[in-house]
Design a protein around this ligand. Sequence first.
Ligand SMILES: C[S@@+](CC[C@H](N)C(=O)[O-])C[C@H]1O[C@@H](n2cnc3c(N)ncnc32)[C@H](O)[C@@H]1O
Length: 234
Amino acid sequence: MLYILKERASQLQELADDPDCDEKTLYNTYAHFKILNRLVSHWRSVYVFYIRPLLRKEKKTWTLLDIGCGGGDITLALAEWAKKDNLALQITAIDTDIRAINFVNNLSNPHQIKFQHASTKDLIAQNKSFDLVISNHLIHHLNSSELKEILTEAESLAQKMVIFNDIERSDFLYFSFALLALFIKPFFPNSFIWVDGLRSIKRGYSQQELRAIASNKWQVKRLFLFRILLIYSQ
Ligand SMILES: C[S@@+](CC[C@H](N)C(=O)[O-])C[C@H]1O[C@@H](n2cnc3c(N)ncnc32)[C@H](O)[C@@H]1O
């Protein structure tokens, strides 16, 4: 139940989304996403419970698209896990922000992930399709009509499954994150991670809001506390 963050703060902008923000601070923020995602995003569980069982269904090279890859850490982790499990996975990761693509292009990329400065619309125009489509922390950036649009685009890009993983808006999460920031902020110098983290929580969707936006082809599931999965499967 929401008492304080009753309404989604859809008008709030995240500092990292400002095209004129300081580039060094933005790059630090991309690097810090890796730590934050390990702590809160639970992609290992998503991989174990949803992705790996699908990849084990057939021996072939599977394809996966990550929409809004940011600092690329989730994409790289998925490639690593699939490799360890002897599963052939070819990953494409897109971001509409060229600065994210410049950042990931400077990382070591042992699994030949294809990082592209592109949008879902560009890929649709190129007639691309992927077995799996995923995103992390993308949907809270979008207003409800943009979200509807990206869900339809993801449906048309995915042959098998779409998994969108994001924050569930919560008063408790907001105040816990603010409290945590007080203590560990000094370990994340020159970063937008704390301000944007708090803004992201305020911009997060509730399960109820997502159910009202997504068509009934989509499942809305809670993944641990304050995490929501939007899942579409063919
Ligand atoms: C908060 S970041 C999340 C990055 C990464 N997925 C993570 O979880 O660390 C959201 C990213 O999505 C990108 N983005 C926003 N809308 C997008 C869209 N329609 N298509 C592709 N990327 C998008 C932004 O440029 C930004 O880099």
